[in-house]
Design a protein around this ligand. Structure first.
Ligand SMILES: [Fe+2]
Length: 449
């Protein structure tokens, strides 16, 4: 496996790990978002008896000298004392109070006169329990629109309230910005509403209240929000780095492939020159290289090893360049000297190829491809495992090419004859395992014989 293949494998593993981490983070984020949504949708309640300090209510008379007065033109046969009450809702929570409203139970006879800044929902009940209710903006209304009981006393509106009636105050979300109320994360905030009430005594108890509110938290807030911001930033950064490394690797691989193509063409030119000296050997080296690669694939070699087999096999007969053309093209039987010269092509090739250290196995393929499995070959009479694997592969591939092409001394053999020859020489001339692999290849592919 080449370094580029290793890099791509590492990138694939890292990508898988990152995707797995991303999936886990996304699942956690979805759970977190659901929790936040539930948190934001929950209506919480505060009453005078609540011990909660997150959001607190305080309703008290304003207390200044101009904040209470006597009203004598009531038309009710009695004077009334007026007082301004401040309804204060304070948010001590870390998050915003997104929405709120407060219900005030009336516990004594009194009159609602005015309020700012929101609207009052008035609920009146008569002796028979019949209810009249209406939501009114007390600072901006038309008397003709009022459906509830009221008095128009002097210039004032008086809405009579008796025990059992109740009011609901809805804050103004517009200009007055009573809602939302900031949380402690943005400095604790309050909403203050002024209410004018009339009564005979001048002291109206408004503390039978029930405040309902919803908090709002962003998914990016708090420790968990910070965790997800950091996690997503890290993931994005990791994917960017990984993507950059992948692009660099692909470009590098492209350059290597381009160089390999140049190198491959150079190989083919060299082999073509050697093959061209013998008419019958035209294309021999390239075909032997292709068959050798097929054997390598059949034997389970990975792609880079198969490429090495191909390149080594391509150069196996380069030593033929040193054999005279008369011998290479001779039709008749070779003399002893001529045969000795032919045999020397193996050693001659190895002398050249041992310098070519960047083409591993090429020297072994050239030097030993005429050795026989039983030790009867040349140049050294090596046998079995003494013969390098590449040479045993090339031996079978070369024999197939020789038998499947015409030769000066015979015509090419038929497919079945070649099979028989390979089987006959299995274990003597050829490595049996490689013959088996090649026979499988012949059974699966059309090699053009
Ligand atoms: Fe040869």
């Amino acid at each position: 496996m080449t370094k580029v293949d290793n890099h791509k494998k590492v990138i694939r593993i890292l990508t898988f790990i990152l995707l797995a981490i991303t999936a886990v983070i996304l699942v956690l984020f979805v759970i977190h978002a659901i929790n936040v949504k539930n948190y934001n949708e929950e209506w919480r309640v505060v009453t005078p008896d609540s011990s909660a300090t997150q959001v607190v209510v305080d309703i008290h008379p304003r207390g200044g000298s101009t904040d209470s007065w006597l009203k004598t033109d009531t038309g009710l046969g009695t004077d009334l004392n007026a007082k301004i009450y401040d309804l204060v809702v304070t948010n001590n929570a870390h998050t915003y109070v997104e929405d709120w409203y407060i219900r005030i139970q009336i516990t004594e006879n009194c009159y609602l006169n005015n309020a700012w800044c929101g609207k009052f929902e008035v609920h009146q009940f008569d002796e028979r329990g019949k209810e009249l209710s209406q939501t009114v903006d007390l600072r901006d209304f038309d008397y003709n629109d009022l459906q509830i009981n009221y008095y128009h006393a002097g210039q004032d509106l008086l809405i009579p309230l008796t025990p059992g009636d109740y009011l609901i105050y809805h804050p103004d979300a517009g200009v007055s910005e009573e809602v939302p109320i900031k949380g402690t994360a943005d400095m604790s905030g309050s909403s203050v509403c002024g209410i004018i009430m009339y009564s005979v005594s001048g002291d109206v108890d408004l503390n039978a209240y029930e405040l309902s509110y919803r908090l709002h938290q962003s998914v990016w807030e708090g420790k968990q929000g910070s965790f997800f911001i950091a996690a997503f930033a890290l993931l994005a950064l990791s994917f960017m780095i990984l993507g950059t490394v992948f692009l660099v690797t692909v470009r590098f691989e492209g350059r290597i492939q381009s160089q390999n193509r140049v190198l491959g063409d150079a190989f083919k030119i060299c082999c073509g020159l050697a093959d061209s000296r013998d008419y019958y050997s035209k294309g021999h080296s390239e075909r032997v290289a292709l068959y050798s690669r097929m054997i390598g694939e059949k034997m389970g070699m990975d792609k880079s090893d198969c490429d090495l087999v191909y390149n080594a096999a391509l150069l196996h007969d380069i030593g033929n360049a040193f054999v005279s053309e008369q011998i290479l093209r001779k039709n008749g039987k070779l003399t002893r000297e001529e045969y000795a010269e032919v045999k020397r092509h193996t050693v001659r090739a190895s002398e050249i190829l041992k310098e070519a250290t960047s083409i591993p196995k090429a020297e072994e393929a050239a030097l030993y491809h005429h050795e026989h499995f039983d030790g009867s070959g040349y140049p050294y009479g090596k046998k079995e495992e003494e013969i390098p694997l590449i040479a045993r592969i090339v031996a079978v591939a070369e024999a197939y090419d020789a038998m499947s092409n015409d030769r000066p001394y015979r015509q090419k053999l038929m497919r079945e004859q070649i099979r028989e020859e390979l089987i006959k020489n299995r274990g003597t001339q050829f490595d049996p395992a490689i013959v088996t692999a090649f026979l499988d290849i012949m059974g699966e592919r059309d090699l053009g014989s």
